[in-house]
Write a protein that binds this ligand. Structure first.
Ligand SMILES: [Fe+2]
Ligand SMILES: [Fe+2]
Length: 263
């Protein structure tokens, strides 16, 4: 199947499109996407806060992955010295570029949070269990191809959600120009996307073709975890918004005091 460099420049397989269509379906039908389309500020604040620990960590996840796969390749495949060197140089260069851009995206996330009334300090909450699991799952792999497919999943999620939300006028109004920057940075810009680069690296590290099944098995569980986490974050907001209505309807007060005059 050629050298590492040959495999890196091959056209991407047709299943790349099918995987993205599957992700679009999941995102569009989620409760979280509905709240974002409606420009629901409370839901946006909650989503920006809940996913912050992952966004904050993502550039470091890429750096750690880069170090880990170089070690992995040196241990498992030390025989092919020439090809291995080309592989390490190209992969390191590509991942360094992605890492740098993810650092910029991290700063844009803080701007988006500020656009909906949050400070950087407001974002600094401990990661909830499903976000911790996201970080762990993205970093869990036994061969570099799996790692790059998992990086692709994160990129697909960011691109699909951004493209979808920006189509909504209420969403654009809610976040404003400053808050739109993170989302705009994740829509196709002309140069190769991080998704495509991650797929290229996944293919380059494999002598045989990657099947649709293998790619789906790596990508879709992460997408499901993103969507479930987003939906439960938005459900928490809906519950807390409903609670004052419920308590006033049933006249529930923590101290069981009688209703005050005029209420
Ligand atoms: Fe990003
Ligand atoms: Fe990215």
């Amino acid at each position: 199947m050629g050298t590492f460099a040959d495999r890196y420049v091959r056209p991407l397989p047709g299943w790349v499109f099918d995987i993205k269509e599957g992700v679009k379906n999941k995102v569009i039908n989620s409760i979280a996407a509905q709240a974002c389309r409606e420009g629901n500020i409370s839901a946006l604040r909650q989503l920006l806060t809940v996913f912050w620990p992952f966004v904050d960590e993502f550039p470091k996840i890429i750096r750690r992955g880069c170090v880990k796969f170089i070690k992995h390749e040196l241990i498992t495949d030390p025989g092919k010295a020439g090809d291995l060197l080309a592989l390490l140089v190209l992969a390191d260069k590509t991942l360094t570029l992605i890492e740098k851009e993810e650092e910029e995206h991290r700063a844009l996330w803080i701007k988006a949070a500020e656009a909906v009334g949050l400070t950087h300090q407001d974002l600094e909450q401990p990661a909830i269990p499903s976000v911790k699991k996201l970080t762990t799952d993205v970093e869990r792999w036994t061969d570099p191809t799996a790692m790059f497919l998992q990086f692709a999943a994160v990129e697909i999620m960011a691109e699909v959600a951004s493209g979808h939300f920006l189509e909504s006028q209420q969403f654009r109004q809610a976040v404003g120009t400053k808050g739109s920057e993170w989302f705009l940075a994740h829509t196709p810009q002309g140069e190769e996307s991080h998704e495509a680069l991650a797929y290229r690296l996944a293919m380059a590290f494999r002598n045989s073709a990657i099947t649709h099944e293998e790619a789906s098995a790596r990508i879709q569980p992460l997408i499901d975890l993103f969507v479930e986490t987003a939906d439960s974050a938005v459900a928490t907001v809906a519950e807390s918004a409903l609670w004052p209505l419920i308590t006033s309807f049933f006249d529930i007060r923590p101290d069981h005091s009688p209703p005050r005059a005029g209420m």
